[in-house]
Design a protein. Structure first.
Length: 121
């Protein structure tokens, strides 16, 4: 997959045709791998450390191009298989958001109580 995305000539349809997408497990696995690639390229683009172990010599512009290609593949997968299960990254985002909301409610309640107490003192 990496070789196809980073090749000079890129065709997302060719990438999808080169992978076995005959069952849901394979499709979700591909989604996970493509999303992981997008996240890695985003981190590489925002990283300030120039001594990273891989991708040495790859320009910022090329990383951006590779990220865009991976995102295009991901969109193509989502459009072609709209009812497919969520990726691991999507599930993690949902779970993390639930945890953040769970902490936010008691904090907001505490802040409201403090404002109430101070306004009536």
């Amino acid at each position: 997959m990496y070789k196809l995305i980073t090749d000079d000539y890129f065709d997302p349809e060719e990438l999808l045709s080169s992978v076995d997408l005959s069952d849901e497990h394979n499709i979700v696995d591909l989604k996970n791998r493509v999303e992981a690639s997008v996240v890695i390229w985003q981190k590489k683009m925002t990283s300030k450390d120039s001594k990273l172990s891989w991708g040495h010599g790859v320009s910022h512009e090329k990383r951006g191009k590779f990220e865009g290609r991976a995102e295009n593949v991901l969109l193509l997968i989502k459009h072609r298989y709209p009812g497919i299960a969520q990726s691991t990254l999507d599930i993690s985002k949902i779970q993390c958001n639930r945890v953040q909301k769970a902490f936010a409610i008691p904090i907001a309640f505490t802040d409201t109580l403090q404002c109430f107490v101070y306004s009536h003192v």
